[in-house]
Design a protein around this ligand. Sequence first.
Ligand SMILES: Nc1ncnc2c1ncn2[C@@H]1O[C@H](COP(=O)(O)OP(=O)(O)OP(=O)(O)O)[C@@H](O)[C@H]1O
Ligand SMILES: [Mg+2]
Length: 243
Amino acid sequence: MSLLIADGIGKSFGGLRALAGVSFAVDEGEIVGLMGANGAGKTTLFSIIAGHQRASEGAIRFKGASISGLRPDQVCRLGIARTFQIVRPFAGLSARDNVETALLFGGAQQSASAKVSDRAMEILEEVGLVDQWQKPAGAMTLSGRKRLEVARALGTAPELLLLDEVMAGLTPAEVAEMLETLRSVKRGYNLTIVIIEHVVRALVELSDRIIVLHHGELIAEGAPADIAKDKSVRAVYFGEEDA
Ligand SMILES: Nc1ncnc2c1ncn2[C@@H]1O[C@H](COP(=O)(O)OP(=O)(O)OP(=O)(O)O)[C@@H](O)[C@H]1O
Ligand SMILES: [Mg+2]
């Protein structure tokens, strides 16, 4: 069954058409990669799914019901978590307190207790940050902050995880570690994942299927190996004029 369906999503910002007629479905348990050049509309699509922005046209359905027009907290409680391209931790709070906040206010709706701290530590362990639990988020490396962003999303007990460039700016070794972490949390939480990423090799390695946006339109969809070879994708994404 399709967990998420985007049906004819359009979004205009004044005269700028950021998305037009974007339709796709994501099955339960899938990892779908979302690629496209800068400004293609990828983050805007996540914002619409997560309730941070309203679509100008079209509808989003999650588990068969429309979620269009719901607030971000309502979408979150239904089981959709997103990470932000520009990470948004509480910079002055420790890693553990950041995850506790997600546990207290997200879909899991745990009440404050010692259990919440224990659960936060478990999640930090799962993303490889347990050694840094006391560190303020603002003092972490980029790699640490990206991991914390994933941890905060997991704290809301999602079924669908939307990851916006969690590997951007990481070294190849850190990218490899992040891939390992994502595979392991996917198994552990039985997640469905949609992931935006410019690190194409990582996306091809991780995804079951890839969707390509170009100037707000969906121009290709298919198996990673086919997408990597697709001439129209190479032309618009890698600038290969004679591709
Ligand atoms: N709040 C906004 N107001 C006006 N224009 C916006 C807004 N958000 C995004 N845009 C514009 O919409 C288009 C799509 O932006 P979006 O951030 O979705 O792209 P993206 O694919 O995530 O790009 P990147 O790879 O650089 O993150 C861009 O032209 C952007 O400038
Ligand atoms: Mg973006």
